[in-house]
Write a new protein. Structure first.
Lengths: 138, 164
């Protein structure tokens, strides 16, 4: 039984942890979307499950090397609506990634279809690692 | 045994006392118990859940007029699922396919799951108007609306208490 219970938790949505002393600016819960990261010949592809997120309620921000994906879910609840059985929570999604310098940040593309976000990040051409010459001070 | 119809209370706004008087809850409990008992002692169960197997989570909500079943099925569309209704259960079946299988791909990270699934959601008998059931798919969320029969809508009626 305990074995199965752990497995069951794996498929559950994981909540984003808010660091102590930090206030969230939006109400409601925030979940960590489940993702796949695949390396293709020409770049890296990221797939994220964002059920309920529309194209215009998705925020993707790239700042320095930090990529933040945020998706907002709107739920309409008619009057008298009452949840009688819940297996998943409804809320927004948020996940932060650190991009490696292999990726050409100018050429990243993102599309969302049927609640799945696909981001393609082509590899930067040219040398993938940069060497910084250190000069001895005279 | 993985509960076929797991009951997890995550929404805080649903009061706990409903466990006792909710007809759905009793039904689910019974179904779970039957399956649990049946498989007890069969640890070598060949059909046991595999890691990364896909099993959608389902929410059931109720309004005065209808029962609404929603399931998160990201990446799937109406042609990937099969929704059927019997007298006392709703079945959602389908297969979630892997989006891309390209040569030379290497997984760095894999959290999403794929595969076929089948979920059976028990419904109270004589409650749903089978002819008016509607299912729709939007942004990876399946929504099945099951309107209640007129007579089922009036099962619970508020009785005013008079002051004699």
């Amino acid at each position: 039984m305990s074995d199965e219970t752990t497995r069951e938790f794996e498929v559950e949505k994981q909540m984003v942890e808010t660091p102590e002393g930090v206030e969230t600016t939006r109400t409601g819960r925030t979940y960590v979307p489940r993702i796949d990261i695949v390396e293709l010949n020409e770049g890296i592809r990221l797939l994220a499950d964002l059920p309920g997120v529309a194209e215009n309620s998705l925020d993707i921000v790239l700042e320095n090397d930090q990529l933040t994906i945020e998706g907002f879910v709107e739920v309409e609840r008619p009057s008298g609506y009452e949840l009688v059985h819940t297996e998943y929570g409804i809320g927004n999604f948020r996940r932060v990634f650190k991009l490696s310098d292999q990726v050409d940040q100018e050429k990243i593309t993102a599309t969302i279809k049927h609640g799945v976000l696909q981001m393609d990040m082509p590899f930067a051409s040219g040398p993938r690692t940069r060497k910084i010459a250190v000069q001895a001070a005279s | 045994m993985r509960n076929l119809i797991p009951w997890r209370r995550q929404e805080q706004d649903v009061s706990l006392s409903r466990q006792n008087d909710d007809p759905f809850y009793g039904l689910w409990q019974n179904v779970n118990r039957v399956f649990d008992d049946f498989f007890t002692g069969y640890d070598m169960m060949p059909f046991g859940p595999m890691k990364n197997e896909f099993s959608p989570s389902v929410n059931v909500a109720e309004t005065d007029e209808a029962i609404e079943v929603t399931a998160e099925l990201p990446g799937m569309s109406e042609k990937d699922v099969d929704v059927s209704l019997t007298q006392d259960a709703l079945t959602i079946k389908g297969e979630k396919k892997q989006e891309h299988e390209e040569k030379g791909q290497d997984y760095y990270h894999m959290e999403r799951s794929y595969g076929s699934f089948s979920r059976v959601i028990p419904l109270p008998r004589d409650m749903v108007d089978a002819d008016k059931v509607e299912a729709s798919f939007d942004k990876g969320v399946l929504r099945v609306t099951l309107p209640k029969l007129e007579k089922a809508q009036h099962i619970s009626r508020r009785i005013p208490v008079k002051n004699s």
